[in-house]
Write a protein that binds this ligand. Structure first.
Ligand SMILES: [Zn+2]
Length: 277
């Protein structure tokens, strides 16, 4: 570590990335003269010296960022849905911001509590990817614009689809963002069938909530076939129910709305709980 380098916490690195992404959003809004969604990666290209975004056959890879003497080229997987391609490209723009901010140096200054060098490399890589995802979310769903739409549509399961359509992002990205930027405290959870081949119930795959100081955890992680959430998996209607959550050492019963989305193997349930009622 260089003597003049001040170590940076991962929280500080995240806010640097988001600040940089917000600057880019503002530049784009100034350039267009309006802040109407969607905010597509192609629109940001000019601002970060991306020469082109090319849809191509990439196998299992979502996207690649190539640097040439006269700018960047993003190759994105042509087999992925448009909303997934949007997120992949925005993530690659995140890598450009990451390198502009020279954050790689900071990743090397973190002393991980492991003596396995391979593990350290993995940890560095995953914190880099998380930072790029945070930037991507801000670029595609700028906080202020998203919050404005959220207050128009209201925080509900029904709004998730509307927001995903307006911002051209996946339902998963939209619900995650909804919980992050919501002023009203809420907990969003994505549930996937488990086991995948012959579901015996649902399991949470992602949990997001507003308000950093609260940490609601579902009391029952596995949801059985007879539960209301499983009915949401089986039908397309919105299910309203109650669920128990840990809030630190206390258990609270919160109202929950849930809906199933997608088909076949890609079917999942989104639940939204409100912690202020
Ligand atoms: Zn990446």
């Amino acid at each position: 570590m260089q003597p003049d380098m001040v170590p940076l916490s991962s929280k500080a690195a995240t806010s640097l990335m988001i600040k940089k992404a917000k600057q880019l959003v503002n530049q784009l809004v100034d350039y267009r003269g309006h802040d109407k969604p969607p905010f597509l990666p192609e629109e940001y290209s000019r601002l970060v010296n991306i020469r082109k975004i090319q849809e191509t056959n990439l196998g299992d890879t979502s996207a690649l960022l190539l640097k040439f003497y006269d700018g960047y080229v993003i190759k994105v997987n042509q087999d992925h849905s448009q909303v997934r391609q949007n997120f992949s490209c925005a993530h690659e723009i995140g890598h450009i911001l990451f390198s502009d901010l020279k954050l790689e140096k900071y990743l090397h200054s973190i002393e991980y509590k492991t003596f396995d060098p391979r593990k350290t490399t993995d940890l560095r890589a995953s914190s880099r990817e998380r930072l790029c995802d945070a930037a991507a979310a801000e670029l595609l769903m700028p906080e202020l614009v998203f919050r404005k739409h959220l207050s128009t549509f209201g925080i509900s399961i029904g709004s998730v689809e509307l927001l995903a359509n307006v911002f051209k992002v996946s339902l998963q990205s939209a619900i995650r963002r909804m919980a992050e930027v919501s002023i009203k405290p809420c907990v969003a959870i994505l549930w996937y069938p488990w086991p995948k081949s012959k579901p015996k119930g649902l399991r949470p795959a992602l949990r997001r909530q507003s308000r950093e100081n609260s940490n609601y955890m579902p009391v029952h992680y596995n949801v059985g076939l007879s539960s209301a959430l499983y009915k949401a998996y089986q039908n397309d209607t919105i299910i309203k129910t109650w669920k128990l959550f840990y809030d630190g050492n206390t258990v609270k019963r919160l109202p929950v709305e849930a809906k199933g989305f997608g088909h076949g193997e890609n079917r999942f349930v989104i639940s939204l709980s409100f912690s202020d009622s």
